[in-house]
Write a protein that binds this ligand. Sequence first.
Ligand code: NDP
Length: 486
Amino acid sequence: MATNKNNLTTSWGAPVGDNQNSMTAGSRGPTLIQDVHLLEKLAHFNRERVPERVVHAKGAGAHGYFEVTNDVSTYTKAAFLSEVGKRTPLFVRFSTVAGENGSADTVRDPRGFAVKFYTEEGNYDLVGNNTPVFFIRDAIKFPDFIHTQKRDPRTHLKNPTAVWDFWSLSPESLHQVSILMSDRGIPATLRHMHGFGSHTFKWVNAEGDGVWVKYHFKTEQGVKNLAPDVAAKIAGENPDYHTEDLFNAIEKGDLPSWKLYVQIMPLEDADTYRFDPFDVTKVWSQKDYPLIEVGRMVLDRNPENYFAEVEQATFSPGTLVPGIDVSPDKMLQGRLFAYSDAHRYRVGANHQALPINRPRSEINNYQRDGQMRFDDNGGRSVYYEPNSFGGPTESHENKQAAYPVSGVADSVAYDHNDHYTQAGDLYRLLSEDERTRLVANIVEAMKPVEKEEIKLRQIQHFYKADPEYGTRVADGLGLSVPQQVK
Ligand code: NDP
């Protein structure tokens, strides 16, 4: 008799005779290897985990939509942004950076803020954080930086000495460190934080004219943060606090939303702006490039299955659509390789064919085979190009916009080395109470650093951002600002 939906079946579809007792020789056993259902059940269980993400391992996700509220078609030809009122489905994954999958949500850490827009021209991923800048600005430093954030190889403990050693020797981190140590370093919930594309991207319109662009998602719930003592208590009592809050809010119809804004910079300004606009440790002042509204993102549906949708979701800043190109930002350029490479390793070469990652638009190409190719693999269609059998062909109007490059191929830093002005601007925009808490958070975090030389080096960076900032951190640590910086 054919199986029906109430029948428990094996993964090959045959009805299971017993799912509670293994097959044994006699009631005492031993267990028989011919119990193929048992073998398959145990073997599949052993393979339930895919490799954990090296960064951003702990995450929560939700489905939603994006609605255009302002006409930006003079800047970009991206179809999903083409007219006011247009809606595009999307999936968002929020995450902490350093902790393992299962670590506490309410820690001081940047939050990943990754959005996958399922547009009619393919997927567009905006893979940013809840801060507008980053610790480093060249991808070649990323593995070392992350080593300092993860566990010490000997003790398997977090290592504050490594963290501050790296930061103090990488002064470009100062701006992001200041944001991280401020109140916003521990958001109250995932709903109460902003999101940023962080990098500079390029928008290109239908005429082929480009502008540089930066993205800001502003929370409509308002910014709220957790005091460190409250966050520590919650971390112990409910390590999944943020994950639970997001799920419950959406489940009860309290739908979180963000307004998307962009800053637009004419291409030629990049040569003369007082900061290198491609340096991801810097913001563009909103006084120079004011926010322009684009639309609204609403999260309205929880995943049905965490593994299928959140764990298997793969985002890459290289997942672009016509009208949106990259910039020379060196950190972005490295991520264009690293993210997709991580997905090919973690989920497999065909990760983009999984339901959560699969575009809602047509996919026509000559990629074939690979592990876990679970669709028809192109069937009998033509499998090479060029061909004489009517296979899909390129459309030149969708090439990335050409731009001139020149210079000497060399390993060099960005020309601009002012790591202090913007960190100081941030310090100066904080209220007295916010400054007091910022300094207290830094002092608490730096106390366990084993070498005084590291503390003194870092104090000089704070001092260069603002003498008051450096002096207060030094006082808190019972040290003096080194004479050479004064
Ligand atoms: P503006 O005064 O035009 O903008 C200040 C920005 O800081 C706003 O986006 C504000 O938006 C945000 N902000 C306010 N309070 C805090 C806080 N406690 N922690 C972090 N961000 C805060 O000045 P500029 O654009 O010239 O920037 C001055 C400094 O502001 C920068 O050096 C940078 O550190 C910081 N900043 C700048 C951003 C930018 O894109 N220009 C973005 C975020 C911060 P809101 O209160 O809605 O977050």
